[in-house]
Write a protein that binds this ligand. Structure first.
Ligand SMILES: Nc1ncnc2c1ncn2[C@@H]1O[C@H](COP(=O)(O)OP(=O)(O)OP(=O)(O)O)[C@@H](O)[C@H]1O
Ligand code: SF4
Ligand SMILES: [Mg+2]
Length: 327
């Protein structure tokens, strides 16, 4: 098993609002190893983006990391200085945002931005940097990359802009990429092409990746491990094939339904009856209780993330253990 690039341990990121404390991320733990992809899934508002922002050091007031650690190659990102974090963001860690304009500079031509990115990391001749920029655009499916290099961001469509932002993240060859639903708006063919490039990058350069998405088919095809979030917590975590085939947690069970994982391509996450609880006043005990078909009296006690089977974790008092254990 390869070395851990990132180890998130008991991370809590809360927002101190006038209405109260929003526990957006509350006791989140997972590991991403070199060259591996972790799929981070969950309903809207479950804390995926705040988890990504916490790792990147991008949580702003009224939010802050209140406890836990984010060990990146052994260094705790939760405690490094803002200056050091900025340096890491430019060099070793990259984020692909939902909005590509978080990455792109509107007043600079794409070639300027991309060539600078290469030169910031490596001492290569400018011609070589330009060639790499052009190849990166080609890799994400941008036609006539040589010509498009001369364009400004506003001259691209939204989908093309997102591809440029992805190309820039790949150019960095960082040790860790956090990608926040970057391909959701793209058409299926392009999405497939980009995912294949991303997978290749991870395998060849050892980049570790967190891929945030709503789309189980993306996770099934791309990720090695999966972490399922619900109301700010990881409720299930493990090998992607095992979790999708034999989920332990009733929430994961509901999301996936009874469709075997090999048939999951193109399947969106299922809707589960009931409302996501407000993070402002979460119920005591298990946050999924009001929607859970397996709930019992003891679910009023808070469940901890527990290793029910080897390397298979669930935060639940009554997981689907027998089904999951059966081969
Ligand atoms: N600046 C803020 N102030 C208060 N609450 C916030 C702030 N930013 C995020 N939150 C809350 O944190 C929770 C988690 O939000 P987050 O954006 O991480 O969800 P998500 O899982 O990424 O959802 P989506 O799938 O819609 O992108 C939400 O309830 C949100 O309202
Ligand atoms: S702890 Fe209880 S309520 Fe929560 S998911 Fe498990 S069975 Fe359902
Ligand atoms: Mg989000």
């Amino acid at each position: 098993m390869s070395a851990a690039t990132l180890e998130v341990r008991n991370l809590c990121t809360h927002f101190f609002t006038r209405a109260g404390v929003v526990k957006a991320v509350d006791d989140v733990s997972f590991t991403v190893r070199r060259g591996q992809v972790l799929g981070l899934v969950g309903e809207s508002g479950s804390g995926k983006t705040v988890t990504g922002f916490s790792i990147m050091g991008l949580v702003d007031a009224p939010g802050r990391i209140v406890s836990g650690s984010i060990l990146f190659q052994g260094k705790d990102l939760a405690t490094v200085s803002e200056e050091e974090m900025r340096h890491l963001r430019g060099n070793r860690i990259a984020m692909i945002f939902q909005d590509p304009m978080m990455t792109l500079n509107p007043v600079l031509r794409i070639d300027t931005q991309m060539i600078e990115t290469v030169l910031a990391h490596e001492k290569v001749p400018e011609e070589e940097a330009r060639r790499r920029a052009r190849d990166a655009l080609g890799m994400v499916g941008i036609p006539s990359p040589e010509e498009r290099l001369k364009s400004y961001p506003h001259q691209f469509s939204g989908g093309m802009r997102q591809r440029v932002a992805i190309a820039i993240a790949l150019l960095h060859r960082p040790d860790l990429i956090v990608a926040d639903e970057p391909t959701t708006a793209l058409d299926v063919t392009i999405q497939g092409q980009i995912l294949a490039e991303v997978q290749k990058l991870c395998a060849t350069t050892g980049t570790a990746m967190i891929w945030i998405t709503h789309d189980l088919s993306v996770v099934a095809g791309l990720a090695d491990d999966i972490a399922v979030m619900y109301a700010g917590k990881v409720v299930e975590y493990g090998d992607v094939g095992e979790v999708l085939d034999k989920p332990l947690h009733p929430y994961t069970h509901g999301l996936i339904g009874s469709v075997p994982s090999r048939n999951k391509r193109g399947e969106p996450l299922r809707q589960i009856p009931g409302m996501t609880p407000s993070l402002l006043n979460l119920p005591e005990g298990c946050a999924f209780r009001a929607r859970c078909p397996r709930a019992q009296a003891d679910c009023a006690q808070r469940p901890e993330l527990t290793e029910w089977l080897p390397a298979r974790f669930a935060r639940c008092h009554h997981p689907h253990r027998e089904e999951a254990a059966a081969a």
